[in-house]
Write a protein that binds this ligand. Structure first.
Ligand code: SF4
Length: 240
């Protein structure tokens, strides 16, 4: 059908496609191996390269996990830890009073009396869920604190208050999208995944959340130390 002089061209094209497919497959296996290693040991090896694997070959890596009867949720978990690991230094270099926290509304009590405002739900610390105590604690550290019913509120608050670092809570998918959104604004963000996700009554590892927002100094609202904020703020970098 095609003239014979094109045969070498098709041959080269076929070879190139084969080499490309083999390279992608090998990268996916390498990515899967690195992710499994990181999940098991808690250490990240070639973190930025791993993140590229996770971003571009996620579905293929998950298929490899499933083929080996491993839980493919590990890929999401490690993907979030990787993003946090890569952003941690820049995040912690920002003073706490220039950071913002976004919690999802599904974390609140089903009997929550908070009213919806243009800045999200206005928590009145009624005591029906942990959000009220977390808000008081976080605002005491200097954070802006939002309970966001959707990503439009997050974008609006970023444009309004220009936070220089962000903590986001959500399901794995929301965190991945949120951290990538912040990256597009050049804002270092760290994510704390929900323990159980869904539309209502979700749960969070609050100790992990407090670890992140206090820059791993181990403070929580349960601390009765009156000098808490002074001690935490003593570790802040100077403002430029
Ligand atoms: S503490 Fe805040 S978020 Fe939780 S139920 Fe009360 S008003 Fe709603």
């Amino acid at each position: 059908m095609f003239p014979p002089f094109l045969d070498p061209l098709f041959y080269l094209l076929g070879e190139a496609v084969f080499i490309l497919a083999a390279a992608v497959l090998a990268s996916a296996f390498l990515g899967a191996a690195l992710i499994a290693y990181s999940f098991k040991t808690g250490h990240f090896f070639m973190a930025r390269i791993m993140l590229i694997f996770v971003c571009f070959l996620e579905n293929m890596i998950k298929s490899i996990f499933r083929a080996f009867r491993a839980d493919d949720a590990i890929v999401d978990e490690v993907g979030i830890r990787l993003r946090n690991y890569i952003n941690a230094e820049k995040f912690e270099a920002v003073p706490m009073d220039e950071r913002a926290i976004f919690l999802p509304q599904c974390l609140r009590s089903v009997d929550c009396p908070a009213k919806l405002t243009p800045e999200g739900l206005r928590c009145v610390n009624c005591g029906r869920c942990e959000i009220g105590a977390a808000k008081v604690f976080a605002e005491g550290l200097g954070y802006r604190f939002f309970v966001a019913p959707g990503s439009s509120v997050i974008k609006r608050m970023i444009k309004k208050y220009h936070p220089r670092a962000i903590v986001g809570v959500g399901c794995n998918m929301e965190i991945k999208e949120g951290v990538d959104l912040c990256h597009s604004y050049d804002i270092p963000a760290v994510g704390v995944p929900l323990l159980t996700s869904g539309c209502v009554s979700t749960t969070l590892d609050w100790d992990r959340f407090y670890e992140v927002i206090s820059d791993h100094r181990g403070y929580t609202p349960a601390d009765e130390d009156e000098d808490l904020k002074i001690k935490i703020c003593a570790g802040r970098p100077d403002k430029n």
